[in-house]
Design a protein around this ligand. Structure first.
Ligand code: SF4
Length: 62
């Protein structure tokens, strides 16, 4: 599974870094994905982060 953050949509609210710190961290201006692929044990949290993202900026590809 691959996760990406759309830099044009992310509002840097930091929610994803709280929901799934294994995958998301704050970059200079926006959240960034620090692992590719997403480790299996973090997939559920990554999906949750994508669902919860208020800007719908997280793209999940399987
Ligand atoms: S939850 Fe969405 S808007 Fe908030 S920091 Fe993460 S990717 Fe950006």
């Amino acid at each position: 599974m691959k996760a990406t953050v759309d830099p044009d949509l992310c509002t840097a609210c930091e929610l994803c870094t709280e929901t799934c710190p294994e995958v998301f961290e704050m970059g200079e201006d926006i959240a960034i994905v620090k692992v590719d692929p997403v480790p299996p044990e973090a997939e559920e949290a990554a999906r949750q982060a994508a669902e919860d993202c208020p800007a719908e900026a997280i793209i999940i590809e399987t």
